[in-house]
Ligand binder design. Structure first.
Ligand code: SPV
Ligand code: MG
Length: 295
């Protein structure tokens, strides 16, 4: 339910519509990364506006690096699981669209079929490498990525589904002119929002972009390296969505490592019991009482 400008309450029909509406209202959305039902539920439970179905997290959860080894079916299954585990929108990291123009179209169809609110594809050459790997990052020509976006848009069924065009211009060593030219073209051919990725230690690259972009379309940022970039600064810069892409998994890895080390060192679990979630907590998070209530 939402209230419109005349104070009338109306029903928001889909998660994609809710996402679009938030963009239209200019409300900053805070989004966090996940890779399965439980991690998605923790994101929603914490109060984030949406779940980022992270390619890095999904790959790592399979014990694999984020270098296009998994295929669309595996990423889709993970995103669909996250979608059904939560009531918030899922913003799906679809890498390069898993191939060429036809693959991007197929990606849009399949992700829409499972109710994903937003599909994000990036302008790197397939197979892509994670943005934080130094060497070997290669941008697709602007027009070629534009064709991919067009193909995805043409395949889109629900007009509310959000297509996010992600530029890796800064990641690949280009400047703000390249990032702007690309994003203008991507919006010209139908992208609903742009994700401007940066691995700089501060927000200067993304802020140089937003200053010149003048809110032409919603801007999404992923402040993994420029960690001090606050919500207030993001709002000031005209950012529409901030994605904390992988901090959840990183927190999990550290906590689990510490717990297992303590168990081996102590010879029992007594020392960690007060610091770990209870079995009852896991029951609640996984919906035990609702399922038993079904009879
Ligand atoms: C991901 O979470 O897979 C992303 C964000 O694409 S990043 O790893 O920062 O490139
Ligand atoms: Mg990714």
């Amino acid at each position: 339910m939402t209230e419109d400008t005349r104070g009338q309450v109306r029903q928001v029909e889909t998660r994609a519509a809710a996402l679009r509406e938030a963009f239209a209202e200019g409300r900053l959305l805070r989004v966090a990364g996940a890779h399965d039902g439980l991690s998605a539920r923790l994101v929603a439970e914490a109060g984030f506006d949406a779940v980022w179905a992270s390619g890095l997290e999904i790959s790592a959860a399979h014990g694999l690096p984020d270098i296009s080894l998994l295929g669309m079916a595996e990423f889709l299954a993970a995103a669909a699981t996250m979608q059904s585990a939560t009531a918030v929108p899922v913003v799906a990291d679809c890498d390069t669209g898993f191939g060429g123009d036809r693959n991007a179209a197929f990606t849009m169809m399949r992700y829409e079929n499972v109710g994903i609110a937003a599909v994000c594809i990036e302008d790197k050459v397939f197979p892509k490498l994670n943005s934080f790997l130094g060497a070997g990052q290669e941008l697709l020509a602007t027009e070629d990525f534009g064709a991919k976006l067009r193909a995805a848009k043409q395949a889109q069924h629900d007009p509310d589904t959000v297509l996010i065009a992600r530029t890796e211009a800064f990641i690949c060593g280009y400047g703000v002119e390249e990032a702007l030219a690309r994003c203008h073209h991507y919006v010209d051919v139908g992208a609903d929002a742009v994700l401007v990725h940066s691995k700089a230690a501060d927000s200067s690259e993304v802020v140089s972009f937003t200053r010149r972009w003048q809110r032409r379309a919603p801007v999404v940022v992923v402040p993994t390296t420029y960690t001090a970039f606050s919500v207030a600064e993001a709002q000031e810069a005209g950012v529409a969505m901030v994605i904390y892409a992988n901090q959840g998994m990183r927190a999990t890895v550290r906590a689990v490592r510490d717990a297992w080390a303590a168990v081996l060192a102590d010879g029992s679990t007594v020392g960690i019991e007060s610091t770990i979630a209870s079995v009852k907590d896991i029951f609640e998070l996984s919906g035990m009482s609702q399922w038993l209530g079904r009879g």
